[in-house]
Ligand binder design. Structure first.
Ligand SMILES: Nc1ncnc2c1ncn2[C@@H]1O[C@H](COP(=O)(O)OP(=O)(O)OP(=O)(O)O)[C@@H](O)[C@H]1O
Length: 262
């Protein structure tokens, strides 16, 4: 139980007449790296928002980092979670300097940083930008960055607080082939680092699963199709059910590729 970073029991989320997710049972341990896979509208973002304490379940229980949603202060919980999404990118002011976009994540955590910590903080932000291969963008305005550059800066921001859990919503969406491959490699390095936080990555594409990811949750129409170890779960049968297509799945080393069977 101690090592559980996410635990969902019988979770449903409803809005008016529609069910966003229904009866989701899912748990994530500290050393696991999960990919949440499914078609548009399957409920992936809803599940990620629950895990990020950004949304409450209508029924069922959600425990995040040992805290039960509904009976904990989410404003204390959220800083322990690194969240990376297109919605977060959209909230970033266009004229925010890249280094400030990263550092500000740390300020939100502590609230009142003393002056002498400022240099240390900026140093950490610069180090994270360096690790993401975008150190030279530090003084640029966020609004001037390309999609791929934004994704890498947001990843650095998500890591700034040294979170206990990292949640990534379609981090490779909108990237060109080179950008996707670069990001997959960086995420793979992170996934293989035993000191990295627990990670959950939402995607539509098996090609975007970074080597080092260990588990998969397959969603369709708000329900769980399959979950468990990546090797057990990522089968042609499960993938075809998830995407409602007759799919052929290939594996090349530690990467996956899928296409419709002719
Ligand atoms: N506030 C809301 N009211 C009604 N329906 C909603 C609401 N928010 C989401 N939905 C619906 O719930 C379903 C699941 O949405 P969600 O964003 O979790 O899916 P997703 O798998 O992340 O999709 P995508 O891959 O397209 O981003 C969708 O059909 C969506 O239209």
């Amino acid at each position: 139980m101690d090592d559980l970073v996410i635990r969902m029991d019988g979770v449903s989320v409803r809005r008016a007449e529609s069910a966003l997710v229904t009866d989701v049972n899912w748990s994530v341990e500290l050393d696991e790296r999960w990919v949440v896979l499914g078609p548009n509208g399957a409920g992936k973002t809803t599940v990620l928002k629950l895990a990020g304490a950004e949304l409450y379940p209508t029924t069922g229980t959600v425990d995040v980092l040992g805290e039960r949603l509904g009976s904990t202060n989410v404003f204390e919980l959220r800083p322990r979670i690194g969240f990376c999404s297109a919605a977060m990118a959209a909230r970033m002011p266009e004229d925010e300097l890249v280094r400030d976009a990263v550092v500000s994540a740390g300020y939100a955590v502590v609230g009142r940083w003393r002056e002498e910590y400022e240099d240390m903080d900026t140093e950490r932000a610069e180090e994270l930008l360096e690790a993401m291969g975008v150190a030279e963008l530090s003084g640029r305005a966020f609004g001037t960055l390309s999609e791929g550059e934004r994704k890498r800066v947001l990843l650095a921001r998500a890591l700034m607080t040294d979170p206990e859990m990292l949640l990534l919503d379609e981090p490779a969406a909108g990237l060109d082939l080179g950008g996707r491959e670069d990001l997959v490699a960086r995420l793979s390095k992170l996934a293989l680092d035993p000191d990295a936080p627990a990670m959950t990555l939402v995607t539509h594409h098996v090609e975007e699963i970074p080597p080092g990811f260990t588990h998969a949750l397959l969603l369709r129409e708000g329900g769980v199709v399959a979950k468990g170890l990546l090797d057990d779960v990522l089968t042609e049968d499960n993938l075809s059910k998830t995407f409602d297509q007759d799919l052929e799945l290939r594996r090349n080393g530690d990467r996956y590729f899928a296409q419709r069977r002719r």
